[in-house]
Design a protein around this ligand. Structure first.
Ligand code: SF4
Length: 348
């Protein structure tokens, strides 16, 4: 496997992460040998369809995997000089919320409906900074103000149901940034929001990232979100990294057929939106990854080598890797079979 060097010293360095779910005689290999770095102050995106392993990767970093899932021996999640995989329970609790925090997809379920949002943001400071109730409240109002919530002192006294979805997501961002963590993991942070609010929330995240120098790991199924917010992108498919590159390079010269498919499926202004393009087929089950290339049944270029040999990560260019045998037989790209399916009137 080829390691890709980031331009900055890695803050987070993941090596051969394997997170499996053991269910009797069946094992789901949801994350299956993933290695990547996130530099200090860097924004890295992980993109892929549901079931590709991106959210399980995020939960593994925070050690939030519940039985029957477990991080397999030999996996390494190095962060600020510690291996998070082997850290004791108290130490990992200290890392969570203090040095690494997470923004979840659905703000309503991440907030407690019976406490005011100010109390919930203040609670983070009380737990992790050990400050007085009054000081925690002041810090909460300040954090809400940083996220652009108008009249933050008044809003802090409201309950989650009294706020809009966009405001609730701003509250979660305030909670995530309260302790000025080194790394924020944002798992589909805008999926539950209207399109106009999505753009505002992404702008806010990018602005705060620049202001505080926080690293962000952005987990999304949406390449549009990747283009707007990240400098480097990791494409995951069937529990593995299949492509990694700087974001400009990936959009200009995608190499892996799965990445091409994701791009083809992106809605474009001017394209007939009644006809949405999709990648044919579905992600295989993690209990039975296919032999050879895991994408081959959906790939328009597959040939017998793809059936026989699991592709390694080939180096395509500086900082650009792709898990596709086309790296050694590029002329096969000229003879696709069958073409990508166009599904009539499909919904996103
Ligand atoms: Fe397609 Fe073969 Fe490349 Fe897999 S290795 S993505 S099947 S061309």
């Amino acid at each position: 496997m080829t390691d890709v060097k980031t331009t900055t010293e890695p803050l987070l360095s993941i090596r051969d992460l394997r997170t499996y779910f053991h269910m009797g005689s069946v094992t789901a290999r949801s994350v299956d040998g993933v290695s990547f770095d996130v530099g200090a102050g860097e924004t890295v995106g992980i993109v892929g369809e549901s079931g590709c392993g991106k959210s399980v990767t995020a939960l593994s970093i925070l050690r939030l995997i519940q039985p029957p899932g477990r991080i397999e021996p030999g996996s390494v999640i190095a962060f600020e000089g510690k291996d998070l995989v082997t850290l004791g329970d108290e130490e990992i609790r200290n890392v969570r919320g203090n040095r690494i925090s997470m923004i979840f997809q659905e703000p309503m379920s991440a907030l407690n409906p019976v406490f005011t949002v100010g109390d919930q943001v203040a609670e983070v400071a009380r737990i992790h900074a050990g400050v007085s109730r009054k000081e925690a409240w002041n810090r909460a109002v300040e954090a809400l103000s940083l996220t652009g919530i108008p009249a933050p002192g008044d809003r802090a006294k409201q309950y989650p149901h009294q706020l809009s979805g966009g405001m609730r997501q701003r509250v979660l961002i305030a909670m995530a940034l309260m302790m000025k963590p080194a790394l924020v993991i944002a798992d589909e942070p805008t999926t539950a929001l209207d399109v106009t609010i999505q753009a505002q929330i992404l702008d806010l995240l990018v602005g705060l990232q620049k202001q505080f120098g926080t690293s962000i790991l952005m987990i999304t199924h949406d390449l549009g979100v990747i283009a707007e917010t990240t400098s480097r992108v990791i494409v995951m498919y069937a529990g593995e990294i299949v492509e990694q590159a700087a974001v400009d390079e990936l959009f200009a010269k995608p190499h892996h057929p799965y990445t091409e498919g994701l791009m083809f499926a992106m809605p474009h202004i001017g394209r007939d939106q009644e006809r949405l393009n999709v990648i044919p087929g579905t992600v295989p089950a993690p209990t039975a990854w296919p032999v050879g290339c895991r994408f081959r049944e959906r790939c328009p270029y597959s040939w017998d080598l793809c059936e026989r040999e699991h592709p390694p990560l080939y180096q395509i260019g500086a900082g650009h890797i792709s898990r596709c045998h086309l790296a050694i037989e590029p002329e096969r790209r000229n003879h696709p079979h069958p073409p990508l399916v166009v599904q009539e009137g499909a919904a996103a």
